[in-house]
Design a protein around this ligand. Sequence first.
Ligand code: ACO
Length: 323
Amino acid sequence: MIRSVILGSGSAKPRNVLTNDELAKRVDTSDEWIKQRTGIEQRYIAEEDETTASLGEAAARAALADAGVSVDDLDMIMLATSTPNNTFPATAVDIQHRLGMKHGAAFDMQAVCSGFVFAVTTADTYIKAGQAKRILVIGAETFSRILDWEDRTTCVLFGDGAGAVVIEAQEGVGLSNDRGILTSHLRSDGSHKAKLYVDGGPSTTQTVGHLRMQGREVFKHAVAMITDVIEDAFSATGLTADDIDWFIPHQANRRIIDASARKLNIAPEKVVMTVHKHGNTSAASIPLAIQTARDDGRLKQGDLVLLEAMGGGFTWGAVLVRW
Ligand code: ACO
């Protein structure tokens, strides 16, 4: 059977770091409060010349080089983002142009913090259907541009960045020791919209708007939704928490990640944590964490990796992939 194998990865971060102490000079907060409630110590913030498209392009170039693949070898580009450069055209098409690619197709995917999991799952579906052989999947965000910098309950939580992977169709046996995506599960429920949303948009206010969140309400649902969809991934494959080499979750909050790992019996040393350095970078957080684990030598070929995310919508999902 055809498997969607991850050939390479890359990431890009803005030049500027914003620490909790620097943030405490702008709003009524403290390093201690932010660290204790979220685990976040710093985040990267894009400067004016850094955009979702430029960060996405840099991550894409790094992933292509790592995979040893040129743009000529790609059939498709998918960009997971909630902070596009323009309302349209899709920022994926902008990145396609920046990469010098004129063939194939490029489009954006909107599932907020779950965007990378939704895009990887969609890429897997195109590959398994024989519609594409090689797909570049990018998660890129500039959430700093949709934050209300006077609202301390949200502006301390998010950051900017980008990550990317190149996925290729390869022949597998159909067993769980195959390389590639073994299973993926997506969910959404629009009844939770008011808990996490942006209060503007082209068809309503004709403005971009600012992120609004009922943090405690999001927290209340997060662990149950995350663990539920991961249980689906385990039942679909017969794999268990013991089989996992690395748990690479969406990086929103250390307490949510720790509680999810505990509930699933995933050992703490298998959890890849980057929220302290990056903050919540929405659709970019998983590929940024993937790259961190590759750069420091933890993530190697053959490892079984569990990806998971939950975000605005609500949307949530899980992917099991053998690297
Ligand atoms: N600094 C100092 N005090 C603050 C800050 C801040 N930055 N923000 C809020 N407070 C105060 C509040 O005003 C409140 O004060 P009060 O008791 O006098 O009213 C107090 O701290 C407690 O506020 P809560 O909101 O109840 O704090 P909580 O413990 O719930 O922590 C947090 C807030 C960190 C947002 C938490 O609810 C959380 O992590 N929720 C999940 C949010 C999340 O992860 N969202 C992203 C997931 S989805 C996605 O990725 C898009």
